[in-house]
Design a protein around this ligand. Sequence first.
Ligand SMILES: NC(=O)c1ccc[n+]([C@@H]2O[C@H](COP(=O)([O-])OP(=O)(O)OC[C@H]3O[C@@H](n4cnc5c(N)ncnc54)[C@H](OP(=O)(O)O)[C@@H]3O)[C@@H](O)[C@H]2O)c1
Length: 290
Amino acid sequence: MTRIAVIGPGAVGGVVAAWLAQDPGLAVEVCARTPFDRLEVETPGGPLTASPRVLTAPDHASPVDWAIVTTKTYDAVVTGDWLARLVGLGARVAVLQNGVEHVERFTPYVEAARITPAVVDIPAERSAPGRVRQRRDGSILVPDGAAGEAFAALFAHTPIAVSTTADFRTAAWKKLALNCAGAVNALTLKPAGVARREPVAEIMRALVGECVAVGRAEGADLPSDLPEKVVEGYRAAPPDGINSLHADRAAGRPMELDARNGVIVRLGARHGIATPVNAMMVALLEAAAG
Ligand SMILES: NC(=O)c1ccc[n+]([C@@H]2O[C@H](COP(=O)([O-])OP(=O)(O)OC[C@H]3O[C@@H](n4cnc5c(N)ncnc54)[C@H](OP(=O)(O)O)[C@@H]3O)[C@@H](O)[C@H]2O)c1
């Protein structure tokens, strides 16, 4: 029996835990802040339920084969408390979060060689603890290699498409390019359709242009037309679509601002690349939230 702990069973974690729990060969537990009796996921194919063991304090946790991190990026420290109990000899840790620092974020708690970073594209929202709507089957991308293949095998019985890539860095930076432009929506509190205004699109292009410059300096293979492609994507999306940074600000919740825009400023400074537009977004959104 393979033991799996999902740390942070919110939208993504709830979907992942519920699907993994359908395999009788996997013993799934969830490490939650807010307890619930069972997971109820409204999937594209119909309702899915699961009753994993629910732990609410790291003291109750013991070593597993896989710890899957699905907390928000700003909850790394509390996630580290769980990892200290869950990760023993031979354990692997998969990090399903936004951003490009999946490994760096958790090396204070776990050695880098144990960490499998993941780009997750499973649109989902939580309506109550344990209750999630999964909008699409979605996909997860992990690096090539033994750990990535072992992680993908856990999902073989699910409709979630888990695949590996030889260039994970580029995949993560491409997702960041899309996400960094979303700061405009969070600042204006306007959904995706605001990108149809040309002056707003210009700001999005500038945000992504800085992301491309820093990502290339970090070794990602990013095309020069990515700023335009990102704007086209926002313009083609449903005009009322709300990204998670926008949703979090609107609800008064903490935002993953550092992982989505702050990182471009921090890494840009390391490479001597100016990132004034991302820096401005971070300053304004921090002030607005403050
Ligand atoms: N949702 C999406 O559609 C989506 C898509 C792609 C990528 N992502 C990325 O996936 C990651 C997870 O996002 P999400 O939307 O799933 O977030 P979420 O719904 O807010 O879930 C985060 C979960 O972490 C839990 N948590 C917080 N502190 C904890 C602690 N000390 N111990 C245990 N659990 C704790 C929260 O508990 P509470 O129940 O108490 O709040 C919540 O259940 C983020 O990096 C996000 O950017 C999300």
